[in-house]
Write a protein that binds this ligand. Structure first.
Ligand SMILES: [Cu+2]
Length: 123
């Protein structure tokens, strides 16, 4: 399971942003990402430094988005790890970098399950 997930991440990176078949990508200054049961609307997100991502609950189950290195989370803005349908949290990203994010209920910090990659700036 973990090996397969890593392999898919590596091929995703190797494609230079191409769609590896596991998800959709989006790029913009103010991006909206729905959190479905149990996947993100976009698994590769690109924003400029200072850009925002608005995470929107869009499932029956609660979801969230956490940086694998714990530098940011929807919980820090929303106040709860359980974002239900219609709940929103907007985060501003001032630090360039490449962040693996995941849902603490349906994914893990290794990028398996409900997870994706956020790229801020030219990282
Ligand atoms: Cu989830």
């Amino acid at each position: 399971m973990v090996v397969l997930a890593l392999a898919s991440i590596l091929s995703f990176v190797a494609c230079g942003g191409g769609n590896g078949g596991s998800g959709e990508s989006i790029e913009g200054g103010n991006v909206v990402v729905k959190m479905y049961d149990n996947r993100y609307q976009y698994t590769e997100i690109r924003v400029p430094v200072g850009g925002t991502v608005t995470w929107v609950g869009a499932g029956r189950a609660p979801h969230n988005a956490h940086d694998a290195n714990e530098t940011w989370s929807t919980q820090s803005v929303f106040g709860s790890p359980e974002m239900l349908e219609g709940d929103q949290a907007t985060l501003t990203f001032d630090q360039p970098g490449r962040y693996t994010f995941f849902c603490t209920f349906h994914g893990n910090a290794q990028g398996a399950g409900m997870a994706g990659v956020l790229i801020v700036g030219d990282a």
